[in-house]
Design a protein around this ligand. Sequence first.
Ligand code: NDP
Length: 341
Amino acid sequence: MSEPDVTTLSLNDVHRLALTALRRHDCSVEQAAAVADTVTAAERDRCASHGLFRIPGYVEALNLGKVDGFAEPTVEMLAPGSIRVDANRGFAPLALDVGAPPLIEAARTNGVAGLGLVNGFHFAALWPEVELICDAGLVGFAFVGSSSFVAPAGGTRKLFGTNPMAFGWPRSNGNSVIFDQASSASARGEIQLHERDGKEIPLDWAIDDDGQPTTDPTAALAGAQLPFGGHKGSGVALMVELLAGALIGDLFSYETTAADTPGGPAIGGEFMLAISPSRFVPGGDADAQLAHAEGLFAEMLSQEGTRLPSDRRYAARAETPATGATIPTSLFATIEALAGH
Ligand code: NDP
């Protein structure tokens, strides 16, 4: 079997390449740097699906004028524990960078604080923003609505987005426990990869246009994806719609899809929650709570076959500063061209 044609880049080169490609396509240094940070973090943690792979999509969204590459996010304190960040039709990462400090500050003061990010384009994973919250010693949640691809449990038509949610718990060793997952049974990209490779998909991933379960990826893409775990994933998807849509005054996935234009994910909202553990015990010292949680993690890990969510990423993070990130050479050539090299 022939070796895959890949190119290895240092993490600095990943950042430089992403930044240059975005800057050449009507994007401010602030917007481009925030996206490049997210892309580099994904390559660092070997989350290739949100790394350099996404740059052509970001550039397409800029070229089509769908995303405003010069948008400046604005922050408003609506109440002591309620922050609204308007991304003003820019990419989500800069709006999150701007919104995180007031969210952290408000959670430390009040015990709990929420952030509603509206009018943003979220192309990425949610763990980076949850990790920011956890790094401040807080418990974090994030919820993002997306384009309408998923049928509710028992239904036959797409309605919900693939609607990811993430939860994070801070640890004294710095490696917060974070899970970050879509509420669909599979990522949409997985179905597209099966279609490309001529492979069948599992029967519980999607239904066809007639609402029948299908193993045909093309029929699945024309039909609707299914939530994970039947009615349980459907409930999570519904919650994400409500939190990232109605609660913060943004659109539901089916509404944003109806108004969408080509060029990547539709515009939409994100809801984040930050909780200060020290505000939930008398005396305001979180050490005992964090130590208690370590006991749970140790019990869990004492069972063979288990691992903590995020530990795969942290293992990759320990290696990639030395090994660099590996991407297909064809993708490297595409991004080099976008960067004008
Ligand atoms: P996965 O099913 O790959 O992983 C979900 C979570 O489970 C991760 O936190 C992962 O941690 C953890 N995990 C996986 N295997 C184990 C295990 N054996 N034991 C313990 N934990 C485990 O994620 P999805 O395919 O559902 O989602 C992929 C990404 O796509 C997410 O980052 C999501 O935010 C993003 N997404 C973004 C959208 C958007 O609109 N912006 C839309 C939909 C998805 P680990 O990382 O350590 O493997």
